[in-house]
Design a protein. Structure first.
Length: 196
């Protein structure tokens, strides 16, 4: 087995990025790479991936309950109604990432969701690449940071007024929402969904 997969104390082989933290393991086992089509959860993921830019995902994962609280469980209508006083209040809340641009983007992204002429699910999933035709990855070097599809998604979302949706961030979103499945060969999740 490569260093991309590690066997935990429970005897289960997982992608090594999830090995050192119980919440990471839970996220890996139960969420990451599973198909997500719920528009509210996709909006949440879009925002949290934006907050993650420049940080580790575990930092966001540990703060996710607070993010859900302060952003009304990522209900787009409620978030879209937030104003500058809410931004100022959130900049004082140490439970979340206190970055003005990312807080403001979460609010403006809610407004962009509401302005769509269709569903966020249909828009985002229209950029999902075809099912994997290459063998599943065996090393970190086989996983891209950006793809043609994530670049196209980023461009379209920006055109529609979304912020903090760069191509790398959108590829991470594609991984986490099951648009792509980058579980490594040897991971128990990869064995659940074999590829050619």
């Amino acid at each position: 087995m490569s260093d991309a997969v590690i066997t935990g104390e429970d005897g289960i082989a997982r992608c090594s990025w999830s090995a050192n933290d119980p919440e990471y393991r839970r996220y890996h086992d139960e969420e990451w790479g599973r198909e997500q089509r719920d528009p509210g959860k996709l909006y949440e993921k879009l925002c949290l991936e934006g907050f993650q830019a420049g940080l580790s995902w575990i930092t966001i994962l540990r703060r996710r309950p607070a993010f859900r609280e302060v952003f009304h469980d990522f209900d787009a209508e409620a978030v879209a109604a937030m104003d500058e006083s809410d931004v100022e209040r959130l900049l004082q809340d140490a439970r979340i990432i206190r970055h003005r641009g990312k807080i403001e983007a979460t609010i403006s992204n809610a407004r962009a969701v509401l302005a769509l002429d269709g569903s966020l699910t249909d828009l985002m999933w229209s950029f999902a690449p075809p099912s994997r035709v290459l063998p599943r990855p065996t090393s970190w070097g086989e996983i891209p940071a950006v793809t043609v599809e994530s670049t196209a998604m980023s461009k379209e979302l920006r055109k529609r007024g979304f912020r903090f949706v760069g191509p790398t961030t959108m590829y991470a979103l594609m991984q986490s929402t099951g648009m792509v499945d980058d579980h490594f060969v040897g991971c128990f999740r990869a064995a659940e969904n074999p590829t050619p």
